[in-house]
Ligand binder design. Structure first.
Ligand SMILES: [Ca+2]
Length: 143
């Protein structure tokens, strides 16, 4: 998990500085121990004034696009502002935040890699399966 990465406000700024990087890769390990990876050729996080809005495109990978696939529009994270314990920016009448860190929740999401207890990455169905036991994010910078 990169919970710590998203739990420190100064790290948000670091993510913003990485905007325009050539490739973002999420590597995900399921509780079956299998690893999967997804890539986004464009990954941007908006400024604090826009509550770190997510913008991704250019998906490829060996599992589905849980951030932007249109199968279940109300769960798309792409275009959403960041929600965490003290910032409810999701489209739920409640608060999608659960666990100990935040995510780009909509109503709510099919993905969340920042929580220690209920991590998920599910692009194919509307059922949230919390089967991610480890994940990491890699960034390839422009030359
Ligand atoms: Ca809400």
């Amino acid at each position: 998990m990169f919970t710590t990465f998203f739990s420190n406000p100064e790290q948000y700024a670091y993510v913003c500085r990485l905007n325009g990087s050539s490739l973002y890769v999420f590597q995900i390990q399921r509780n079956s121990s299998l690893w999967e990876s997804v890539e986004y050729s464009s990954f941007a996080v908006g400024p604090e004034s826009d509550k770190y809005r997510l913008s991704v495109s250019g998906f490829s990978g060996d599992t589905g696009d849980a951030l932007a696939a249109p199968a279940h529009p109300f769960r798309i994270s792409n275009g959403m502002q960041f929600t965490c314990a003290d910032q409810d920016n999701d489209n739920s009448g409640g608060h999608c935040w659960n666990g100990n860190s935040g995510w780009w929740f909509n109503l709510c999401a099919r993905s969340s890699l920042t929580t220690d207890e209920a991590a998920c990455w599910n692009a194919y169905t509307n059922v949230v399966v919390e089967d991610v036991i480890f994940s990491r994010m890699l960034v390839k910078l422009h030359q």
